[in-house]
Design a protein around this ligand. Structure first.
Ligand code: HOZ
Length: 429
């Protein structure tokens, strides 16, 4: 018998009356897989329970933050403790320095860091600082990379924008994107050509070093090094958007794993452990431009919020103490091998890129190296796979163009159950 979704359906109808599309962020609307979102009642460890009481193994983890799983005891204790002292002061606290020191310690390219409240704020601010530092206007991004819903970065954007087919949004004035150059990921020659022609006008190159927002796309050997070299040669600021990969691929993020040092880094998701936190940081001379140390203005009433800082400190502290990364990578390796074998046994052409605890099963016969190839994926087949997995108690991102996340709370049993579910589902579609 199909699982009951009655309560979720009632709540979705209610939400539609007061919230655009019934959701507060488009990526979670289930629009691309046809159907209505599940409404979540609670979560614990590796599991979610929806309003109808269905228990699901969660491979979203709030789209990345929950690397420790839901309701980790150290994180809950830290937030409860912070709560006894107040929710927001609009004035400095010790917690802000503590989180900043944890970040600087883990990510050596970050000498100074500013806390904000979302990844979007982090990238928006980093671009402004890079422009203020260089005195130049142009920025380069890659098609399919998503850097939040910043006007100048909503050009061929990934994530929900790609999923819903509006990668360049109406409402963004042409003037806002006139200085944005969008190129194909993993194409160092085109990048070099662009720098050769416009190098003295380019303030920054921003990229997800391992892309998560067109599904997982891995940088080809030499590509990140080419990004670094060209920025150095032409005096542009290299910004790694590690909102997704920061503290996810290793404590030092993708830059540690691939041994490339950016000038600036943007962070989000894990740094807040499930609370709204973003951050941007980098070289001290660049960050010296940020107000009030320098003239580039950026501010926020809830920036450095004490509850959010406490949650982030407990999360990063636990990651540092427990070093779950080798286990996460091994579990992800086993899971992706199992999923790939299940797809092959069902005769389904696919590719399954994974790095650390991030992966995407693309229904695509070719290695996905960029946005154009990702776009050739069979999204109809993905939708059938997605709903089949839900019926088997596995909650995956509701788009072909998103990353799946394994957490430290996923047990070997959860991995086995997920592989068994995929075998059933893929055999039947
Ligand atoms: N930007 C997130 C995924 N790449 C989606 C956030 C959400 O919709 O909750």
């Amino acid at each position: 018998m199909p699982m009951s979704r009655e309560r979720s359906q009632v709540q979705f109808q209610r939400a539609l009356k007061s919230i655009p599309g019934g959701v507060n962020s488009p990526a979670r609307a289930f629009g691309a897989v046809g159907g209505e979102p599940l409404f979540i009642d609670r979560a614990d460890g590796a599991y979610l329970w929806d309003l109808d009481g269905n228990k699901l193994i969660d491979f979203i983890g709030s789209w990345g933050p929950h690397i420790l799983g839901h309701r980790h005891p150290a994180v809950l204790a830290a937030v409860e403790d912070a709560l006894t002292r107040g929710t927001s002061f609009g004035a400095p606290t010790e917690l802000e320095s503590e989180l900043a020191e944890l970040v600087i310690d883990a990510v050596p390219s970050i000498e100074k860091v500013r806390m904000v409240s979302s990844g979007t704020e982090a990238t928006m601010s980093a671009i402004r600082v890079a422009r203020g530092f260089t005195g130049r206007d142009k920025i380069i991004k890659f098609a399919g990379c998503y850097h939040g819903h910043v006007d100048s970065l909503l050009v061929k954007a990934g994530s929900g924008a790609l999923t819903l087919g509006v990668p360049s949004s109406p409402g963004v004035p042409a003037g806002c994107t006139a200085d944005t150059i969008s190129l194909e990921f993993n194409n160092p020659n085109k990048l070099a050509e662009t720098f050769a022609v416009q190098g003295d006008k380019i303030a920054a190159l921003i990229l997800e070093p391992v892309v998560g927002n067109m599904g997982v796309v891995v940088p080809q050997p030499g590509f990140l090094a080419a990004c670094r070299e060209l920025c150095t040669k032409h005096g542009a600021v290299l910004i790694f958007d590690e909102v997704m990969t920061g503290f996810r691929l290793s404590l030092g993020g993708a830059q540690e794993l691939f041994k490339i040092t950016p000038d600036m880094t943007t962070l989000g998701k894990i740094i807040g452990g499930g609370m709204p936190v973003g951050a941007y940081g980098g070289r001290a001379d660049i960050m010296a431009k940020v107000s009030p140390a320098g003239p580039v203005y950026q501010a926020g009433t809830l920036s450095g919020n004490p509850l959010a800082m406490a949650c982030g400190i407990a999360t990063l502290g636990t990651l540092r103490e427990t070093n779950p990364y080798p286990t996460l990578a091994a579990r992800t390796e086993r899971l992706t091998r199992g999923l790939s074998d299940a797809a092959s046994a069902a005769g389904i052409k696919h590719t399954l890129p994974h790095v650390g605890s991030m992966f995407t099963l693309f229904f695509n016969p070719d290695p996905v190296l960029n946005n154009t190839i990702a776009g050739h994926s069979d999204t109809k087949l993905f939708a059938r796979y997605f709903w089949g997995m839900i019926e088997h108690g596995v909650y995956l991102p509701c788009s072909q163009f998103e990353a799946n996340f394994v957490s430290a709370a996923h047990s070997d049993g959860d991995i086995d159950a997920t592989i068994a579910a995929a075998k059933d589902v893929l055999r039947a579609i």
